[in-house]
Design a protein around this ligand. Structure first.
Ligand code: SF4
Ligand code: SF4
Length: 364
């Protein structure tokens, strides 16, 4: 059973709370002098406001430096053609969202090169996939600090630390492999031909006539159209998304197996119904909850999911099934047959971490 330290939001600022949290708990005790310490984060698509804030990163960088490490921020390029699709635009996006050296005290790097092709194959021992195609940067990381904005995600239900490294550290080839099984379908009877999905699709795979149509040879399975359609006319077949999720769990296992010294901090504020890949932030599902800290990736995501599930839903949030908003928020938002228990059980089964956890609340 993994310990998860929970610091609720307080009248102190989030950076102050996190500074106290990481000083109080010695999960960073195994950081060594001279370690190249990578802080894995998502800087948020340009226009998104709910992403991790640079002021939070600043206190983590300072603490890693205090312990003699050489911290840096990093992410790998996205599969879709947004502002994080290549390293040049990705850097510009990071700076515009505030992740400059002057603010955070460390450089931002892209982990899989300018075109997302700089990769390395990391063995996944004893599991169903032989290796994971990951950004080459993993070869140089001695210590990994996984900093995650915890929110909902149209493929994973919840987007937490597992998704942050399992999908987020994959190279372009790796991401294509992870997404290769999933293509959404249009439900013609519900489609109003409004065109919102076609505008949202990052690679122009959708055309709209009497109803929308998806070119499945072009589609990369990113899921953005599913969120864009407010009529519930686009659906994933869960049996297909399930394969993507299971592959991502294995990729996360490859990351942890390679780096070994890892710690996780989940930020449960600005909890949106969609991930930070969207270039906007419209509504929040629950009030801000707080910050979770652990050295077990499954425990921290399971605890985060439970806290969000228990939280009072906010009026006006986009629940497709309002009657489930207090009991099963993933189903309430996406109206999909996704079973988060199965997700965490599988994560535990492949040796990623412990599904059961001991939540220790500390007020700062
Ligand atoms: S967003 Fe939904 S309703 Fe609008 S065109 Fe696309 S599938 Fe049809
Ligand atoms: S999942 Fe939807 S938005 Fe993403 S590439 Fe396919 S059609 Fe486009």
């Amino acid at each position: 059973m993994g310990d998860v330290i929970f610091a609720p939001v307080s009248d102190k600022s989030p950076p102050e709370v996190i500074k106290s949290l990481i000083k109080a708990e010695d999960y960073l005790g195994d950081v060594k002098k001279g370690d190249y310490a990578g802080i894995k984060l998502h800087v948020g698509e340009l226009g998104n406001k709910s992403h991790i804030k640079p002021e939070i990163v600043k206190v983590i960088v300072a603490e890693l430096k205090r312990r003699g490490a050489k911290p840096f921020l990093f992410d790998c390029n996205s599969l879709y053609r947004g502002k994080r699709w290549n390293a040049v635009d990705h850097h510009e996006n990071a700076y515009k969202n505030g992740f400059t050296y002057e603010v955070v005290g460390a450089p931002f790097m892209v982990g899989d090169g300018i075109r997302g092709m700089d990769e390395t194959d990391v063995e996944i021992k004893d599991l169903r996939y032989e290796s994971a195609h990951l950004g080459k940067i993993i070869e140089d990381i001695d210590y990994l600090f996984v900093l995650t904005h915890f929110k909902f995600h149209e493929l994973f239900g919840y987007g937490g630390a597992i998704k942050n490294i399992g999908m987020g550290m994959a190279s372009r080839r790796g991401k294509l492999f992870l997404h290769s099984d999933i293509k959404p379908d249009i439900l013609a009877s519900k489609c109003t031909a409004c065109g919102a999905c076609a505008v949202t699709c990052p690679i122009n795979a959708i055309t709209v006539g009497e109803v929308a149509n998806i070119d499945k040879d072009t589609c990369i399975g990113c899921g953005m159209c599913v969120v864009a359609c407010k009529y519930g006319a686009i659906e994933f077949e869960w049996s297909n998304t399930r394969e993507c999720v299971i592959k991502t769990l294995h990729y996360a296992k490859a990351v942890i197996g390679k780096i070994k010294r890892c710690v996780y901090l989940n930020v449960l504020t600005d909890i949106t119904p969609h991930c930070d890949c969207y270039g906007y932030t419209k509504d929040f599902v629950v009030e801000d909850i707080g910050f979770l800290y652990s050295n077990d990736i499954v425990s921290i995501d399971a605890a985060s999911a439970d806290l969000v599930d228990k939280a009072e839903p906010l009026e006006g949030s986009r629940f497709k099934r309002k009657e489930l908003a207090k009991t099963d928020k993933v189903k309430a938002i996406f109206d999909i047959d996704m079973n988060m228990d199965e997700f965490f059980e599988t994560a535990q089964k492949i040796g990623l971490g412990s599904r059961s956890y001991n939540l220790v609340e500390k007020k700062f």
